[in-house]
Design a protein around this ligand. Structure first.
Ligand code: 5GP
Length: 122
């Protein structure tokens, strides 16, 4: 999938639309999801133009990759998700119903989250 610079997270990064920022580092930004699915629901994105984890791993520098992994863990602590436990989720591509074509990891927490995925046919 080609990167579309008009996606909503690219607009947030350019300051064209607002976000409720939680954390920022040299190469990453974390903010509250606009439509939270759990008491804690935060998105962590790299500042670079990557659609999913596959092209991030292929194209991002080692510094960007390290920064992003650290930003995810730091954000989980900052929002208190580490206290009761949390789930990381990244939808990449059509099968995963990715809505925004800019790499993002969801941090869900603040309640029991159930099992991770339904089996086929459920
Ligand atoms: P995806 O299905 O791509 O993994 O999830 C995209 C997420 O982005 C959704 O949870 C949706 O609520 C969130 N989202 C979409 N537009 C905006 C926005 O303008 N601001 C924020 N903060 N979140 C958004």
């Amino acid at each position: 999938m080609a990167y579309d610079p008009n996606n909503v997270f690219a607009k947030i990064l350019r300051g064209e639309i607002p976000c409720k920022k939680v954390h920022e580092s040299a190469h990453s930004l974390a903010f509250h999801d606009i439509n939270p699915l759990s008491p804690i629901h935060v998105l962590v994105i790299p500042k670079g133009a990557y659609v999913g984890f596959d092209d991030f791993a292929a194209k991002a520098s080692a510094e960007e990759q390290a920064d992003y992994v650290k930003a995810i863990g730091d954000t989980a602590r900052l929002v208190g998700a580490d206290e009761g436990g949390y789930r990381l989720l990244s939808n990449c591509g059509v099968n995963a119903n990715q809505e925004v074509p800019h790499l993002h990891v969801h941090i869900f927490g603040g309640r029991r989250l159930g099992r991770m995925l339904k089996k086929d046919g459920e």
